[in-house]
Write a protein that binds this ligand. Structure first.
Ligand code: ADP
Length: 369
């Protein structure tokens, strides 16, 4: 910081190229006034006014000082950032702040004029703004792509279903099998498109939950039924373990189905053929939440990677495995669980399998019925 002694500057260097004085990184000019509001300096108020005006004409410092004294307002006045170009043609941005304080008994009021160079901060702010605009454009693009892909994919899915029913009737086994593989691929693309769509909506704060009172067992059974095809393709078994007397949940059932679909399809994807997958549900000890767990006996996740699996676009050993995915599923699952007021976590051992747990709030009997 450079402290400019106003008087020395006025007296000793009256003809200095004043705009260039601002090119120091930080200037500090202190003006002291007595109780009669006279400037306690050898320089006249006029000299100081001229000096400040030449330095920063946009900020009519003396007028601001006089007005502040008259109103007796102890505060900081900040000017919009100003730009100065040095003799060498270098443009710099400054923030000008004028602060009124009461430092002591002898000196009634003190004004500190602070000129701080903020060229870099200003440039960074402009970059951040530019990046925010770019992110906005990418979001709009992803939104559009997801929307445009959805319609033809739904049609394709419909025709594939129809054709596979016809082929089954005709008895063309190998063609039927090929159609089923194609159907699986279309489902996968639609799932990823849906995830992209949701992540964009979530980031933009546009994803809303439609929570209601939901019976947990029928929700879990539905999730198991809907993911049955995925599991059967790998000849795995899917089992539900839950007591009959679980209390009702307060949740958006379609979103919970989405979370379960993601966890079950991961359990299937990252486990060998012929292994069991278990969905377990139990009331938490404090009875405020139900904990749902999806357990597999698959490859597991290394302890060092565990803290990151719920991050956006995280994939363990991306290049090592050929299993397809965008790495959005668990990120989305975490955001959805948190929106419900629950939490999600994972326990895993490499080569032994993984357990993904998440909690959902129990419906409030008095409020939700
Ligand atoms: P992806 O689309 O890659 O499956 P997810 O967000 O669902 O994305 O999962 C992130 C990463 O976590 C996966 O790439 C995988 O490495 C790891 N993972 C998720 N579930 C399991 C699981 N049940 N067993 C082993 N690894 C898993």
């Amino acid at each position: 910081m450079v402290i400019l002694d106003t008087f020395a500057m006025v007296d000793a260097a009256p003809h200095t190229d004043l705009p260039d004085l601002l090119l120091a990184t930080h200037h500090h000019v202190s003006l002291h006034f007595d109780q009669a509001q006279r400037l306690l300096t050898p320089a006249s108020g006029h000299d100081v006014g001229v000096l400040l005006h030449q330095l920063i004409p946009e900020f009519n410092a003396l007028q601001v000082i006089v007005a502040a004294l008259q109103r007796d307002e102890l505060q900081t006045y900040t000017q919009e950032p100003i730009m100065r170009t040095s003799a060498a043609g270098v443009a710099r941005i400054y923030r000008v702040r004028l602060q009124l304080t009461r430092p002591g008994a002898q000196v009634e009021s003190a004004f500190t004029l602070e000129v701080e160079e903020i060229t870099e901060v200003y440039a960074l702010r402009a970059q951040v703004q530019q990046l925010q605009e770019q992110v906005q454009q990418y979001r709009a693009m992803v939104d559009m792509i997801a929307h445009d892909l959805n319609t033809p994919l739904t049609t394709l899915q419909g025709y594939l279903e129809l054709t596979s029913v016809e082929m089954q009737d005709v008895g063309n086994e190998s063609f039927f099998e090929h159609l089923q593989i194609m159907q699986g691929c279309v489902e996968r693309i639609m799932f990823t498109v849906g995830e992209m769509y949701d992540v964009v909506a979530m980031d933009a704060g546009q994803l809303r939950l439609h929570s209601r009172t939901v019976a947990p067992l029928s929700l879990l059974r539905r999730a198991i039924q809907e993911t049955g095809v995925i599991v059967e393709r790998r000849q795995q078994t899917l089992r539900l373990e839950a007591p009959d007397d679980l209390p009702a949940l307060r949740c958006d059932d379609l979103r919970v189905l989405q979370i379960l679909q993601n966890l079950i399809s991961n359990a299937s994807k990252y486990s060998p053929h012929h292994t069991p997958i278990t969905v377990r549900a139990a009331l938490e000890p404090d009875r405020s939440h139900v904990c749902i767990t999806v357990i597999d006996r698959g490859r597991g996740i290394e302890a060092a990677q565990l803290p990151f699996v719920f991050e956006r676009a995280f994939r363990v050993h991306e290049t090592e495995h050929q299993i397809k995915g965008a790495g959005l599923g668990l990120y989305l699952a975490r955001l959805l669980v948190e929106m419900h007021g629950g939490r999600i976590w994972c326990e895993s051992e490499v080569g032994q399998g993984s357990s993904f747990h998440f909690t959902l709030p129990v419906a409030d009997r008095l409020r939700d019925y």
